[in-house]
Design a protein around this ligand. Structure first.
Ligand SMILES: C[S@@+](CC[C@H](N)C(=O)[O-])C[C@H]1O[C@@H](n2cnc3c(N)ncnc32)[C@H](O)[C@@H]1O
Length: 280
C-alpha cells in the first residue's frame, strides 16, 4: 500500500503543500480505531482514500498526529456547532478544505456550507467525494492572493449575516505576510459576529517540517508560526481574539505537561486552535 509507484502517483496529483491533505484524511479514515475516545466517525474519508489508491500507512505510524487531527476535528465541530446554535441559517466556509467533509457533522438543515481549496485539490475532491446537496457549494481559490473574499462571493455588508470560516492545517504553510493579508481580508469584509477558526503552530516550527514525522513525507515546509498572540489581531482593528483551545494536552502524560508549560513560558500555544471574531 505504501509502495514507491503509489507515492509517485500521489506526487503527480498534488503538490507538496496540497499533499498534506492526506495526513488528516488518513487520520479521519483510520484513526477512530486507534483513539476510540476521539472518534469522529467520518463517513467519507476511507472511501476517498480507497479511490485515491495512495498508501498512507506511514502517516498512521505517527500516532500523535493522528490523535491531533481527531482532537482538532472535534474542537472545530464543537465551536462550529456553537456558532450555528446562534446563527442556524448562516454560511460556513472551509478554507483549504482538502478532502475534509465537515458538512457531514455540521449540517443543521438550515445552514449552508462552502468548501474551497486550490483548483487541483477541488478537481480531486470532485472525483473522489459526492457532490452534496443544494446547501453545499464548492469553489477554487488561492488564499495567498488578496481578493479571495470577493472571489468566493462572501457577504460584504458589515451588518449582514455572520459567516463562519474554518482554516484548518493551512496557515502554517503560508508566509507570514500572506497570513497577515488573509486575516486583514477577514477583518475588512466579514459581517460583525463572524468567526474564523484556525489552528496555529508556534514560530519554532517554521522551516522545520522535515522534523515532523508526518509532514516530512510530503516535502511541504512550515512557513509561518505564531510568535505573539497579537499577530492574530494586529492585521485589522475589527479583529478580536475570542478564545483559544488545546488540541494535544490530553494526548499523553508528557503532552499534558509540555503543552501547558510551553504556553505559560512563551505566551503562545505550541500548537492549538484559535477562535477569532470581528467587531461591528
Ligand atoms: C494539511 S491540508 C488540510 C486540509 C483540510 N483542511 C483538513 O484538515 O483535512 C492543507 C490544505 O490547505 C490547502 N492550501 C494550501 N495553500 C493554499 C492556498 N494558497 N489556497 C487555498 N488552499 C490552500 C492545501 O491544498 C491543502 O488542501
Amino acid at each position: 500500500m505504501n509502495s514507491a509507484p503509489a507515492r509517485q502517483q500521489q506526487e503527480q496529483a498534488l503538490d507538496d503543500v496540497s499533499s498534506t491533505l492526506l495526513i488528516p484524511l488518513a487520520a479521519r479514515a483510520f484513526g477512530d480505531a486507534m483513539f476510540p475516545a476521539q472518534a469522529v466517525h467520518d463517513a467519507y474519508a476511507a472511501a476517498a482514500l480507497q479511490r485515491l489508491k495512495i498508501g498512507v500507512s506511514h502517516f498512521l505510524d505517527d500516532p500523535a498526529s493522528v490523535y491531533g487531527v481527531l482532537s482538532r476535528t472535534r474542537v472545530f465541530c464543537e465551536l462550529a456547532h456553537g456558532f450555528f446554535d446562534r446563527y442556524p441559517r448562516a454560511l460556513g466556509v472551509n478554507l483549504g478544505c482538502g478532502l475534509a467533509w465537515y458538512f457531514q457533522w455540521l449540517d443543521r438543515r438550515s445552514n449552508r456550507w462552502l468548501d474551497a481549496d486550490v483548483p487541483r485539490v477541488m478537481a480531486l475532491r470532485k472525483r473522489l467525494l459526492p457532490a452534496g446537496g443544494k446547501r453545499l457549494g464548492h469553489a477554487d481559490v488561492d488564499l495567498r492572493r488578496p481578493g479571495w473574499w470577493r472571489q468566493l462571493d462572501l457577504p460584504r455588508r458589515r451588518d449582514g449575516s455572520p459567516v463562519l470560516l474554518i482554516c484548518e492545517g493551512l496557515l502554517m504553510y503560508l508566509e507570514a505576510e500572506e497570513v497577515q493579508c488573509l486575516l486583514h481580508e477577514f477583518g475588512e469584509h466579514a459581517p460583525a459576529g463572524s468567526e474564523l477558526l484556525c489552528d496555529t503552530l508556534c514560530w519554532l516550527a517554521a522551516g522545520r517540517a522535515a522534523m515532523h514525522p508526518s509532514v516530512r513525507h510530503t516535502h511541504a515546509q512550515f512557513r509561518w508560526g505564531l510568535r505573539r498572540m497579537a499577530e492574530l489581531t494586529e492585521p485589522h482593528p475589527r479583529l478580536v481574539l475570542l478564545s483559544e483551545h488545546a488540541v494535544m494536552d490530553a494526548y499523553d502524560f508528557s503532552s499534558s505537561l509540555s503543552y501547558p508549560t510551553f504556553r505559560a513560558l512563551y505566551g503562545v500555544p505550541l500548537y492549538g486552535i484559535i477562535r477569532l471574531g470581528v467587531s461591528g
